[in-house]
Design a binder for this molecule. Structure first.
Ligand code: ADP
Ligand code: ASP
Ligand code: MG
Length: 440
């Protein structure tokens, strides 16, 4: 068995859905279980619909989303009433949000579920039209149990057994909604934006599949974000740790939580291109071969906030770090990067929702400055363990470009060096490092 996950970019219109279906048909011997995202752009449109509904006007967005899906179904020659149930549900929820003028996290998740529920029907309908037995399934009915964080839900341990029992009973090629789960109380949840990758690896681990394939619009994990470095190329092989670091530090091609379930069961993850299915793509395995290459890829993440905390009281005192982190813990603020000196701590925060009250509390015993619009750049590679002075090489490379590094940190795993720059210097940083490590 294998899992094949198709992202929204691979399903953005009728022609693309047909290509995806043909790729699945070509792999029937490997007993594929298919996981899908919403068709490209749909989740963003649904987010807008939710916001509009909360302001009381939603008809225009509703009509556009539904018309777009109906047009795809018609082009694919699928039955007329294929999406009637989903459409009625969307109308009901949007209407309810508009009436109460309130978009709760639960109704947002329910609203967004329209995207994946429709795309499973579109793809499995297309598979049937190609003569392949297939069914559309909601992951939340198959046992994808989560906690009650409707936006960034985490999978509960009991989900694995439930998923394995229910999916293995399904005949033909099951097409399953990515991104969605449900609470024990039966409410729909979402696994965070880009979360269909996570669904795929959870389902792969639950079934103990041979391989998890992530089908997307590029030919693998590339040496850098191809939107920033036009000359980036696909990396053939990555270790789980390398891929996890790259995903965590912004390589959008994989959601950061994709790798953990695959590691547990040692299932290879392969990233492949729907539009060039013959390309080899990237394979992610427990150990990647030492190739003599130092750095494998560069990732970057914008929208980072740096927090500098200074206190003279820290001099020769103990317990200061504990005190600071207790505050972050209490406000549920998660910290990415951290450096300390005798009298100061610098750290970075990605999600700033609860940062304000945390800073207020820190200011009771330290002076705090908050610097928004920062970016983390991260160079990753198992080969870096062997090389000394990586930080020095990065400093001098960026120094030549006159780029100011605000923080630098090397992970304990020694396979990454990450540093912080101002957002306006992130592109120049990634390009300069790509030239330095990978040549032209
Ligand atoms: P999908 O719709 O298949 O989930 P995503 O848009 O989430 O696709 O992810 C694929 C995109 O990730 C690529 O088109 C590319 O722009 C971006 N990306 C960022 N960093 C990398 C990287 N290092 N390698 C490959 N793609 C990357
Ligand atoms: N459709 C969801 C999103 O756009 C999940 C995914 O694409 O993985 O975030
Ligand atoms: Mg994605």
């Amino acid at each position: 068995m294998i899992v094949m996950k198709f992202g929204g970019s691979s399903l953005a219109n009728a022609a693309k859905i047909l290509s995806a279906a043909k790729i699945v048909k070509g792999r029937l011997r490997r007993q594929p279980v298919v996981v899908v995202s919403a068709t490209g752009g749909t989740t963003n449109r649904l987010e807008k619909l939710g916001e509009a509904a909360a302001r009381g006007t939603w008809k225009k967005q509703f009509v556009e989303i539904v018309a777009n899906h109906d047009a795809i179904a018609v082009k694919l020659g699928l039955e007329d009433r294929l999406l009637t149930g989903e459409t009625a549900d969307l109308r009901r929820i949007a209407g309810r949000i508009a009436k109460s003028r309130k978009l709760t996290e639960a109704s947002r998740a329910r609203l967004l579920s329209f995207g994946e529920r429709c795309s499973t029907k579109l793809l499995s309908g297309t598979l049937r039209s190609l003569g392949v037995e297939s069914s559309a399934n909601n992951s939340f009915e198959l046992g994808m149990l989560t906690d009650t964080d409707h936006r960034e839900a985490k999978i509960l341990p009991e989900a694995f057994k439930l998923l394995s029992a229910s999916i293995s009973k399904l005949p033909g090629v099951p097409v399953i909604t990515g991104f969605l789960g449900r609470t024990k109380g039966g409410q729909v949840t979402t696994l965070g934006r880009g979360g269909s990758d996570v669904s795929a690896s959870i389902i792969g681990a639950a079934l103990g599949v041979k391989e998890i394939e992530i089908w997307t619009d590029v030919s693998g994990v590339m040496t850098a974000d191809p939107r920033v470095v036009s000359g980036a190329w696909p990396v053939r092989k990555l270790s789980f740790s390398e891929a996890a670091e790259l995903a965590y530090f912004g390589a959008k091609v994989l959601h950061p939580r994709t790798i953990a379930p695959a590691i547990k069961k040692s299932i290879p993850v392969r990233v492949l291109n729907t539009f060039n299915p013959e390309d080899r793509g990237t394979v992610i395995v427990s150990k990647s071969r030492e190739t003599g290459i130092i750095a494998k890829a560069i990732a970057h993440k914008k929208g980072i906030t740096a927090v500098n905390i200074n206190s003279l009281r820290m001099l020769e005192a103990h317990g200061f770090l504990a005190r600071v982190f207790k505050v972050f813990d209490r406000y549920n603020v998660s910290v990415d990067m951290i450096t300390t000196s005798e009298v100061s701590i610098s750290l970075t925060v990605d999600d700033t929702r609860n940062l304000k009250p945390a800073v207020k509390e820190l200011e009771e015993f330290a002076s705090v400055s908050v610097l928004p619009r920062r970016a983390i750049v991260c160079v990753v590679g198992e080969g870096m363990k062997r090389v000394r002075a990586m930080a020095g090489r990065i400093f001098s490379c960026l120094g030549r470009e006159d780029i100011n590094i605000e923080m630098i940190s090397q992970g304990a795993s020694e396979i990454n060096v990450s540093f912080l720059v101002h957002e306006r210097e992130v592109k120049a940083s990634v390009r300069a490092l790509h030239r330095d490590f990978f040549g032209k």
